[in-house]
Write a protein that binds this ligand. Structure first.
Ligand code: IDP
Ligand code: MG
Length: 142
């Protein structure tokens, strides 16, 4: 399987719960390495730009408000099959449907406050990484 990079965001709810370390531990123990990291408090506009694909969705405004409600940790992760592996470790968008032992099953409270973001394709991963990081700030580990 190919080495890939993917974008991960530890969302405001999980940062507030002080579980950054637990989430990164899950990534590292499953073969993903942090290759870029940035703690940020996004403006609603910055969150809106990131989630522009969801602009027409009814939850877009709430999503932007939530994502700008507190600091987040934005990371690029690298590893074999990183995009799908990260999604698997995250669990389903709605924590009620998330498989046992996933990040969202363990740390998410609702479909809005669901602890983590992860890119859904390699193509979107490249776009999302470039939204937050300059190429010189991404330090490949492979
Ligand atoms: P994902 O984060 O699992 O990729 P997406 O469908 O891309 O899920 O949605 C982006 C984010 O928007 C979700 O993580 C969640 O926080 C929020 N969201 C998605 N669907 C709903 C909904 O039906 N109600 C409220 N928020 C939602
Ligand atoms: Mg998504």
């Amino acid at each position: 399987m190919a080495i890939q990079q993917t974008l991960s965001i530890i969302k405001p709810d999980a940062v507030a719960k002080n579980v950054i370390g637990d989430i990164i531990r899950r990534f590292e123990e499953n073969g993903l390495s942090v290759v870029a990291a940035r703690m940020m408090h996004l403006s609603a506009e910055q969150a809106g730009g990131f989630y522009a694909v969801h602009k027409e969705r009814p939850f877009y405004k709430d999503l932007c408000a939530f994502m700008s409600s507190g600091p987040v940790l934005v990371m690029a992760l690298e590893g074999k099959n990183a995009v799908a592996l990260n999604r698997q470790l995250m669990g389903a968008t709605n924590p009620k449907e998330a498989e046992e032992g996933t990040i969202r099953a363990d740390h998410a409270d609702s479909i809005d406050a669901n602890a983590v973001h992860g890119s859904d394709s390699e193509e979107n991963a490249a776009i999302e990484i470039a939204y937050f990081f300059n190429s010189l700030d991404v330090n490949s580990r492979s």
